[in-house]
Design a protein around this ligand. Structure first.
Ligand code: K2U
Ligand code: ZN
Length: 172
């Protein structure tokens, strides 16, 4: 059980483009476990490795957290292989963009290929919250935050709020 600190914007490390995992090793499985521990500690439902400062293409998502039951799924080297023309709008938030929530429009349905924690190739069809969360997390692997999808004005207001909050936290 290792909870690792979650980077918060503004932080240049969050703009890194993460690199593919060569081989799914015990080290990668420990990374997935640490990501899950860190996600649960922050009351999240998804987390990308870059959010704990590791620039590897690894995600963890758990939409099934009920009454203490945990079912974290690790997604290694995830790729979207198809996305619907139809879109859906969800109000998104992010553990790395505290206290900011806004609507983001994304493809409503996606097909995704990834390696599971045993290194086995998996294919997944997702819609609803899972489709949104997967796309949100895969944005992180490309150095993109959900506020990058907002209007210029909304993004600049968000960056100003985050910068002020970070300065206050650092001087407290
Ligand atoms: O990157 C993240 O922090 C993942 C989000 C999951 C998510 C974001 C947008 C749409 C669907 C899922 C967090 O784990 S969950 C949202 C959240 C944000 C701040 C505080 C608590 C929960
Ligand atoms: Zn996020």
């Amino acid at each position: 059980m290792t909870v690792r600190p979650i980077l918060t914007a503004p932080d240049p490390r969050l703009q890194a483009v993460s690199t593919d995992v060569e081989t799914v090793t015990d080290e990668i499985r420990t990374l997935v476990d640490d990501m899950a521990d860190s996600m649960y500690a922050a009351d999240g439902i998804g987390l990308a490795a870059i959010q704990i400062g590791v620039a590897s293409r690894v995600l963890v998502i758990d939409l099934d957290q009920k009454e203490g039951k945990k079912n974290p799924i690790g997604y290694i080297n995830p790729k979207i292989i198809w996305a619907s023309e139809e879109t859906a709008v969800f109000e998104e938030g992010c553990l790395s963009v505290p206290e900011i929530w806004d609507d983001v429009e994304r493809p409503a349905r996606i097909k995704c290929e990834y390696l599971d924690r045993d290194g086995k190739k998996q294919t997944l069809e997702a819609d609803g919250l899972l489709a949104t969360c997967l796309q949100h997390e895969m944005d992180h692997l490309n150095g993109v935050l959900f506020i990058d999808h907002l209007s210029r004005l909304k993004k600049s207001m968000a960056v100003r709020k985050l910068t002020k909050a970070k300065k206050l936290k650092e001087t407290a």
